[in-house]
Write a protein that binds this ligand. Structure first.
Ligand SMILES: NCc1[nH]cc(CCC(=O)O)c1CC(=O)O
Ligand SMILES: [Mg+2]
Length: 334
């Protein structure tokens, strides 16, 4: 940068002086188009439960979820990501409720797509809400999650969701080869336009705690962990390897998860592959911000919008965030 002159000829503060020049040099813009809203659905009618560790987030029955979806649509949010709360008696060792065509997720997908055809609906591909042990897949006698047996189950789950009309399936289980197997099965069944959003670089993170409370899998999981399939937070190159494999297998979009602590990975993935790249601001990140806000320690609107902008700056094309509705509203009012 030999053209750079020094102070006092160069004054960085000149461009920061007025709102007009600050706006002119702004590199990134946040809009509602950047958001995917994760939602929790439970069975029944007119039912709503607060998630204790996620103040402001609710588990809702389908009829009430439709109202949340209507808000998202009105604010211009392109898509929501659906997570089910499965009743205890429906959970099993193999999670077979995950591919029940009349299960909670397919019923919700049908209701959402009927009411809001223009709203993108994304479903999670993993067995943890459905298994008695809380693992994302099918386990052997030692509790090890079996790769191929799990992929076979995930195929049934993806076909079940596709048949219900879902737009995007999002495998979040971290089994090897699942994207390619799901892609092939979808294509063979005539669902060649159903998209795959791969949770490609999903870390074995402590930030998922509140989510596991929300879907009710933490009690089932107990002291067990997910280290044999989710990624080690110490690794960065491994994330690029995972993303490369998922793209080869036919993933349309890739995701990095969690969000803020992994923005370096978002940037590396975007630079390396230049494909549609998403990041998940997960439940624990939401809980941290909410707790500080509730203590009066942080300004919610400013802090949330700053974090979401940071995802854009790091290269994310979109952000899964529990703040999506609030943030879209703040952006509209601003
Ligand atoms: N496959 C389950 C799944 N899908 C999304 C999340 C976490 C989302 C969040 O924390 O907000 C998890 C939890 C986990 O892997 O244990
Ligand atoms: Mg993988």
């Amino acid at each position: 940068m030999s053209f750079l002159r020094q102070f006092p000829a160069t004054r960085m503060r000149r461009m920061r002086r007025d709102d007009f020049s600050r706006r002119l040099m702004r590199e990134h813009v946040l809009t509602a188009n950047d958001f995917i809203l994760p939602v929790f659905v439970l069975d029944g009618e007119n039912r709503e439960e607060e998630v204790a560790s996620m103040p402001g987030v609710k588990r809702q029955s389908i009829d009430l979820l439709l109202k949340t979806a209507a808000e998202a649509v009105a604010l211009g949010i392109p898509a929501l990501a659906l997570f089910p709360v499965i009743d205890g008696p429906l959970k099993s060792l193999d999670g077979a409720e995950a591919w029940n065509p009349d299960g909670l997720v397919p019923r919700t997908v049908r209701a959402l797509k009927q009411a809001f055809p223009q709203l993108g609906v994304i479903t999670d591909g993993a067995l943890d809400p459905y298994t008695t042990h809380g693992q994302d897949g099918i386990i052997d006698d030692n509790g090890y999650v079996l790769n191929e047996a799990t992929v076979a189950a995930l195929i049934k789950q993806a076909l079940c969701h596709a048949a219900a009309g879902v737009d995007v399936v999002a495998p979040s289980d971290m089994m090897d080869g699942r994207n390619g197997s799901i892609r092939q099965a979808l294509d063979e069944a005539g669902f060649e336009l159903t998209r795959i959003l791969a949770y490609s670089a999903k870390y074995a993170s402590a930030f998922y705690g509140p989510f596991r409370d929300a879907v009710g899998s933490s009690a089932n999981l107990g002291k067990a962990d997910k280290y044999t399939y989710q990624m080690d937070p110490a690794n960065g190159n491994e994330a690029l390897h995972e993303v490369a494999l998922d793209l080869t297998e036919g993933a349309d979009m890739v995701m990095i998860k969690p969000g803020l602590p992994y923005l370096d990975i978002v940037r590396r993935v975007k630079d390396e592959f230049g494909v549609p790249t998403y990041a998940y601001q997960v439940s624990g990140e939401y809980a941290m911000i909410k707790a500080a806000v509730q203590n009066g320690w942080l300004d919610e609107k400013k802090v949330v919008l700053e974090t979401l902008l940071a995802f854009k700056r790091a290269g994310a094309d979109g952000i899964l965030t529990y703040f999506a509705i609030d943030a879209a509203r703040w952006l509209k009012d601003q």
